[in-house]
Write a protein that binds this ligand. Structure first.
Ligand code: ZN
Length: 303
């Protein structure tokens, strides 16, 4: 598996595993590990580079159809690794030096079961496949949840009881293709894994960016909770990419990873909606998305 091939195809779990193994073998400064398992026992992979005592965490593919975020993060890891390896400047930044004081932790695919279902269809849901087919037959939307029909970005402990009321009003009371938040906060293996990982490392992790698609938008608030450094970083990303700053509304306003991180850790947290169009976004958008975002994303690690 070479990087070019990986970036030209939807990221199957096996392809992701192979490319991460390759990258960690090629670059001795990359640490590769798993923060836990999905319901179908897939590893939730994590890569870290640099001084992770003061680290930014990037999280991709929270939603199944949004796997272009995984490709974006792997492309970013590859560029950073090349710059460190050959001691090259990246956007005029002395990358090797910068990573001596700061670090990056990247979870390229939080929802590996969901992405596999999005790419290969309900049969990829294995023991859950009948249930997935059944849920899909009642919906005209595409699968965004995990294998159990829980929307991971509605499963975090931030305004959960309020979110449940909003879901009920919208008629979402059981597992669904999208927007069902689960029975209780962190009921899902995937959300529990990242929450436990972040809490265990909370003194080391200084900010979070969750990657979604689409809309070219940046969400930086949770209710009335604003972190001013987070707003500052959102402004930098917006200025450099043309992405718009947005305040949450409706169903998307509670239960998210960014919401939980902002409220619980009181540190900067953003949701970035990459690209424009219908999910899954075509791979042909990757280069343009990267071109718009790479500079400010790399800069955000060192702020
Ligand atoms: Zn999303």
């Amino acid at each position: 598996m070479n990087i070019k091939h990986f970036l030209e195809n939807p990221p199957s779990y096996l392809a992701l595993k192979k490319i991460l193994l390759n990258l960690s073998k090629k670059y001795n400064f990359i640490e590769l590990y798993s923060i836990g398992k999905s319901w179908l026992n897939k590893d939730i992979f994590c890569i870290s580079i640099g001084n992770i005592n003061d680290a930014t965490i990037f999280v991709g593919a929270v939603h199944s159809q949004e796997w272009l975020t995984t490709l974006l993060l792997i492309k970013l890891i590859n560029k950073i690794s090349l710059a460190i390896s050959y001691n090259l400047k990246l956007y005029n930044l002395d990358i090797r030096k910068e990573f001596k004081t700061k670090g990056i932790i990247i979870i390229p695919m939080l929802n590996p079961d969901g992405v596999e279902i999005a790419i290969k269809g309900p049969s990829a849901g294995k023991i859950f496949s009948d249930n997935i087919s059944n849920i899909l037959s009642y919906s005209n939307k595409k699968w965004q949840s995990n294998a159990r029909g829980v929307d991971l970005n509605h499963n975090f402990d931030a305004g959960f009881s309020i979110l449940k009321k909003i879901e009920e009003k919208a008629g979402i009371t059981k597992p669904a293709v999208t927007q069902y938040g689960g029975d209780f906060p962190h009921s899902e293996r995937e959300s529990k894994a990242i929450v436990d990982f972040i809490l265990y490392n909370q003194n080391k992790i200084n900010k979070l960016i969750a990657f979604h698609s689409q809309g070219e938008e940046i969400f930086y608030k949770y209710g009335n909770t604003i972190n001013f450094k987070g707003k500052f970083i959102a402004d930098i990303i917006s200025k450099n990419s043309g992405y718009k700053l947005i305040e949450n509304f409706g169903l998307a306003s509670h239960g998210g990873l960014k919401d939980w991180f902002l409220e619980k850790l009181k540190k900067p947290a953003l949701t970035l909606e990459i690209g424009r169009g219908e999910n899954p976004l075509p791979i042909t958008q990757l280069d343009e998305i990267y071109r718009k975002l790479a500079y400010s994303l790399i800069l955000s690690i060192f702020i």
